[in-house]
Design a protein around this ligand. Structure first.
Ligand code: F1P
Length: 612
């Protein structure tokens, strides 16, 4: 009986629904749902993968009248953005004793850093004091390597906010949590609510507020949900702000680095650009201006995805490298490079990748990027990130099996690009480029670089950029979309995705632990308790859970999980076959492509249930 229920569960689950209907995956928040558009992404060729990603990204800009949820272009979202932009403008006008803080975990923290750096750079260029600061859970080392555990620590969140804003009289705090879920951010928002005389909290995330995470946070009297509920009350008096449009489920379920990251960048850039224009060029902050700016980001999607074939070719090249155990390297200059570093660092928690699978390198490394804590190489980042590190550590061993991707624009030092390209070409012919230029501007060396590369995605942007939107922001979003597509697609081609689930995710914090348990439930059809048991057995590599293990807290579980590879596939094989951990391990070794191993088990199960 149990086996029949299992297969029925799987069948029901693969039917295609509209994700907005009330009965679609009713226990999950939108940010964790599986997207019906990508259900077969694991079996699709590269060009179809790109088209699916395009369709998913387009959901961000859908304007649906009478839709159940707020969307990116909804009235309420535009109004909240206007209000927050006005608060930013006030701080620009009177920066003394004031501060804007952007904070988040994982990708959200990396984007907090990215946006803060860009905004402060622009202010310094105008001889204005830098008014913006960032916090990332886990500190600067989390900028380029995955440090998912601190995400669970609300106290560390509150303390880091207290520290960064010491002595300030007015602080606009912008907390980012795509899933409205990170305890680190909840702790910071709660801290703001305790000190309303100084702090105005803003929350950016992509679920409706009733779906904010409501699990108890150890040692706290609040949950993310209770904090959001309080903020909703305060929002009525504009003492707090909620910016939470729904974007539709991610292409790979729960992979908030994709749409979640893009929307974070869009929303905050719109806010900061509007405030900047109001303060420095006396352009009033208007509803229409905000909407128009948001829409112009929609055009970036169109321009980027107009090169489907080129993106697919890159994806295939990168997929081939990963399939044979070799790597993909992003070589870049300036701030486009930061996006390469961010994209590379996310592959570890998302796909259980090794840091060498996808690596990013940018000109002068950390110094060039202006992180707070200085040289990350000295702080234990997994490997250096400057070009010099690439030349020492990677170039000598490069072969045609590795893929190298140059990311540059015509405003970079193209001489330098050509120089490095020549050196790489001596070692591998598998070099490609993503190049941004404006209509009419070409760099002299571009022809030579093109010849050295086996493919170039050349994006030519119109000169007449909408005044509100910097070209740089367009290039950045476009680069992010391309890199997300390439790294996601390459891992799909490597077999790291089952249907549209990241089957080999790392289980390094409470959100990922819950995601893993939920995935096991869906794929095995077994009850939650059994799935959690299997997960723990895989984490601790035992066939029987001891009293000791059972009494450990979640932090110990997720800490231990850091050291084990293929935790979720292991638990799933055990659940489906009844194998011991050792047997399941050897099964996975025989079938190193995780998707195939999982499929083989599911097939066996179905056959077995059929013969009953
Ligand atoms: C933060 C985050 C993600 C990361 C992983 C774990 O999520 O660190 O960036 O990819 O999924 O969670 P959120 O708080 O922005 O939802």
């Amino acid at each position: 009986m149990a086996t029949v229920a299992k297969t029925e569960g799987i069948k029901a689950f693969s039917a295609t629904h509209d994700w907005e209907s009330a009965d679609y995956e009713p226990t999950l928040p939108v940010s964790e749902m599986s997207n019906p558009l990508t259900r077969n992404i694991d079996r699709a060729p590269a060009s179809s993968i790109v088209k699916m990603l395009q369709a998913c990204d387009a959901q961000m800009f859908q304007e649906k009248s009478g839709a159940a949820y707020e969307r990116l272009l909804s009235d309420q979202v535009a109004k909240s953005l206007m209000e927050v932009a006005k608060r930013v403008q006030l701080i620009l006008k009177n920066p003394q004793d004031s501060l804007i803080v952007l904070s988040g975990c994982g990708t959200s923290g990396r984007l907090a850093f990215f946006i803060t750096s860009g905004f402060n750079r622009e202010l310094r260029r105008l001889n204005h004091s830098a008014v913006c600061s960032y916090i990332i859970a886990g500190g600067d080392r989390a900028l380029f390597s995955s440090q998912e555990a601190t995400e669970d620590d609300p106290i560390s969140g509150a303390l880091s906010l207290k520290k960064v804003s010491e002595g300030k009289k007015r602080v606009l705090f912008i907390g980012i949590s795509c899933g409205l879920s990170a305890p680190f951010v909840a702790g910071q928002l709660d801290f703001c609510l305790q000190h309303p005389d100084v702090y105005t909290p803003v929350l950016v995330g992509f679920n409706p507020t009733h779906q904010a995470r409501n699990e108890p946070i150890p040692g706290c009297t609040f949950t993310f949900h209770s904090v959001v509920t309080k903020m909703r009350e305060l929002a009525k008096m504009q003492k707090a702000f909620l910016i939470n449009p729904v974007l539709g489920p991610e292409a790979i379920s729960g992979s908030s680095r994709m749409k979640g990251g893009s929307a974070t960048k869009i929303l905050l850039e719109v806010v900061f650009s509007a405030a900047h224009a109001a303060n420095f060029s006396r352009t009033p902050i208007t509803y229409n201006g905000i909407l128009q700016h948001m829409r112009s980001y929609g055009k970036v999607l169109d321009i980027t995805y107009s090169q489907t074939e080129g993106i697919a070719a890159l994806m295939e090249a990168a997929g081939r490298s990963l399939q044979c155990g070799r790597g993909l390297c992003y070589l870049s200059w300036g701030f486009l490079g930061l996006l390469g570093l961010i994209d590379a660092s996310e592959c570890k928690p998302t796909f259980g990748a090794d840091y060498k699978d996808i690596q990013g390198f940018v000109g002068g490394g950390c110094k060039e990027l202006g992180s707070k804590e200085g040289d990350l190489n000295l702080m234990g980042a997994e490997s250096g990130i400057a070009h010099i590190d690439f030349l020492h550590n990677v170039l000598p061993c490069l072969t045609d099996k590795d893929t190298v991707l140059l990311l540059y624009s015509h405003s970079d030092d193209v001489d330098e690009v050509a120089k490095l390209a020549r050196r790489v070409r001596e070692k591998t012919s598998n070099m490609h480029a993503v190049y941004h230029q404006t209509d009419g501007d070409t760099a002299a060396q571009q022809g030579e670089i093109n010849k050295l590369c086996s493919s170039t995605l050349n994006f030519i942007w119109p000169q007449a950029t909408p005044a509100s939107m910097g070209l740089q922001h367009m290039w950045e979003l476009s680069t992010k979309l391309v890199l997300n597509a390439v790294s996601t697609g390459a891992h799909i081609l490597k077999g790291k995705v089952y249907q549209n689930y990241m089957i080999d995710l790392q289980v390094t914090n409470s959100k990922l632990y819950c995601r893993a348990t939920c995935l096991l439930q869906r794929l095995s059809g077994h009850p939650k308790s059994l799935c959690e048991e299997a997960l723990l057995k895989a984490i601790y590599q035992v066939d029987k859970l001891t009293e000791d293990i059972m009494t450990c807290n979640l932090t110990t579980h997720t800490h231990t999980a850091r050291k084990v590879k293929k935790v979720v596939p292991l638990a799933l094989v055990c659940l489906l076959t009844g194998y011991s951990i050792k047997e399941a391990q050897s099964h996975l070794e025989q079938k190193p492509i995780v998707r195939e191993a999982v499929e083989a088990c599911l097939r066996e199960q179905t056959l077995f249930s059929g013969s009953l």
